[in-house]
Ligand binder design. Structure first.
Ligand SMILES: [Zn+2]
Length: 103
């Protein structure tokens, strides 16, 4: 316990902190990306290389990179299937999220 009332916790053996949140949590954090995604030319746009991507035009590239990275992380952690199959799951999760938001 520190003087300030905070607790300093040492975790020997903990080598990495993995992302445990699911894909929907990632999408929820990147609200702005969902906003622009409705203007993408393709409904299943992954905002990576597709032409007519409204997200790539509007969102800061660094932020978009984080979005891709976190989405990948989240799916990798919750989905044991091979990379190619997981990508499909990523895009599906993104589409479901946009649908949930009513777009
Ligand atoms: Zn896009």
């Amino acid at each position: 316990m520190l003087a300030t009332g905070a607790a300093l916790i040492d975790t020997p053996g903990l080598r990495e902190i993995q992302l445990w949140a699911g894909e929907s949590s990632v999408a929820a954090v990147f609200d702005d990306i969902a906003e622009f995604a409705v203007r993408c030319r393709f409904a299943d746009c992954s905002h990576a290389t597709e032409p007519g991507c409204a997200v790539r035009d509007a969102v800061d590239p660094a932020r978009l990179t984080s979005f891709h990275k976190l989405t990948r992380e989240a799916v990798r952690h919750t989905d044991p299937r091979p990379e190619k199959t997981r990508w499909r799951a990523i895009h599906k999760a993104q589409r479901q999220f946009y649908k949930l938001r009513g777009h």
